[in-house]
Design a protein around this ligand. Sequence first.
Ligand code: ADP
Length: 223
Amino acid sequence: MGKLIVFEGTDGSGKSTQFSLLTERLRSMGKEFRTMVFPQYSEPSSSLIRMYLGGEFGTQPSDVNAYAASTFYAVDRFASYRKVWKQYYEEGGIMLSDRYTTSNAVHQASKVSEAERAAFFRWLYDFEYQKMELPRPDLVIYLDVPTELTGQLMRKREEQTNTGADIHEQHLDYLRLCRQTGLEAAEHYGWTIVHCAEEGKMRSIEDIHKEIFALVMAVLEEE
Ligand code: ADP
């Protein structure tokens, strides 16, 4: 078997930024690996996700419960694994993934009550890794950012990309909930948390990258 390394965090936590920095660095070292990003919106396997996000099952996120919504994202990963990377991985290939099963733990678990969360976490890993036989990650890097800073970063990104969407207070409440659920998931599953802020300020992109690079190299060098 190969290695599977996953980047996880709430929206705006810096995943894409860190993912690109890491892949550029590994490439410049001549490492052989493949990358993937979930969900795969351009693939037919994401049809149910697109119907769900398009409001075809109801306009409120709570209209589709955490278990049903999780299955939509799981089948998208199943298709990708079976069609694209199973053989490469089984022959020892290294896969780097921006989001994975872990995203259901961050985003869907926030829909279940706190009392049910541990049961949901157990169900999710059992469903994807045991029942669907998807590979289990060797390392999950969870980027943790205080919600106030995530809001600022997302505003900045929107200015840079001219998308101009507003980050409403309601959106910040949702991010706050996802951050809390993400940290609970990280503790439950033993993910590696990278604290991206210090004393109320973001650490530099390069500083966070150094920490991530060391974590990834340690896993790649394990036999
Ligand atoms: P994600 O992929 O998790 O949604 P991004 O990588 O797109 O997050 O980052 C969101 C925004 O924050 C981008 O504009 C990015 O340039 C900026 N950013 C990322 N990491 C940092 C950091 N450590 N300090 C300051 N800005 C950052």
